[in-house]
Design a protein around this ligand. Structure first.
Ligand code: PDD
Length: 288
């Protein structure tokens, strides 16, 4: 790998990018992040990611280290430098470098990093086959609306599920579905209503989720925001997840039991098509 990465004001070779061992992102997971997809040289849903970045920083009291226009310019520049036509841009901001102490000071300079990853986003093979999920208890902390880098529980659970042949996990709390390890989860009822959990601290306020809800309603589909049990999910007509990197990906089974027909459902397929068309028309060109 010979990428150019961005670290605290400099675009440098990845091998030269070094962060202190005293960075609170490293010691306390005191950091937040965003992931923005790039498809056909366009930033996907960028305004939403920028707005949530601000909310996550405010929630932790970390100052925004760069101006908004500069942040957009950096996203474009790093995609151009690395020749990313399809993939993602990862952005992380930590509270910065301090002596290790549970009591932190609010006046350190944040550490900001951006890097790119090439990744196949369009023509995802899972769009055709759908995902197999395993339900597991939601053991994460309670402030899940903040996009922090505390991802260990999710990573352990997903890796364990993967070793058993599942694609991902579906988190369940008090009998209700929260979300998947790194995507929001939605069902379609037998009446064709798209149901997604209402926003709260229990789940990440997904940017793709929000776009899909708007687009579904514009397309004349009924959409409800309310919590639903894992039993309701098991008996749904369809299910799908949404995220920056998976867009709309059908879910065809839970714990080995088929959802609906066990095939990709028409509503999921339609929402995926609508989302791709909409974003390719609206995405901000990295060359611009
Ligand atoms: N994850 N829920 C969780 C826990 C997530 O980590 C993500 C995204 C989402 C979907 O949010 P959005 O639509 O804004 O991407 C929901 C990213 C892709 C990641 O961690 O790589």
């Amino acid at each position: 790998m010979n990428r150019t990465v961005y670290l605290n004001g400099d675009l440098i070779a990845e091998a030269d990018a070094k962060i202190s061992v005293f960075d609170r992102g490293f010691l306390f997971a005191d950091a937040i992040y965003e992931v923005t997809a790039v498809v056909e040289g366009k930033l996907i849903d960028y305004p939403g990611h920028k707005a949530r970045l601000r909310r996550s920083l405010d929630a932790l009291g970390i100052p925004m280290p760069v101006a908004e226009e500069e942040l957009l310019a950096l996203h474009k520049e790093i995609a151009r430098r690395n020749g990313i036509a399809e993939g993602l841009i990862y952005l992380q901001i930590s509270r910065g470098v301090q002596e290790r102490d549970f009591l932190f000071s609010r006046d350190t300079e944040p550490t900001i990093v951006l890097f790119t990853q090439s990744k196949r986003i369009l023509h995802n093979p899972k769009w055709k086959t759908g995902l197999a999920l395993q339900t597991v208890p939601d053991g994460r902390w309670s402030q899940r609306q903040i996009k922090t880098v505390q991802l260990l529980y999710s990573s352990l659970m997903k890796t364990d599920a993967h070793s058993k042949g599942y694609d991902d996990v579906l988190f369940v709390e008090d009998g209700y579905v929260t979300e998947a390890s790194s995507a929001n989860f939605h069902i379609v009822t037998s009446d064709g209503v798209v149901v997604t959990r209402e926003l709260s601290d229990a789940l990440l306020h997904g940017i793709t989720r929000s776009s899909i809800l708007d687009l579904a309603r514009q397309a004349g589909l009924a959409a409800e925001e309310r919590r639903f049990t894992v039993d309701e999910a098991r008996s749904a007509a369809e299910a799908f997840v949404t995220s920056a990197t998976s867009f709309v990906t059908p879910v065809v089974s839970l714990d080995g039991q088929k959802i609906g027909t066990g095939d990709v459902g028409p509503v999921s397929q339609r929402l995926l098509d609508i989302y791709v068309n909409n974003q390719l028309a609206q995405g901000l060109a990295v060359a611009g």
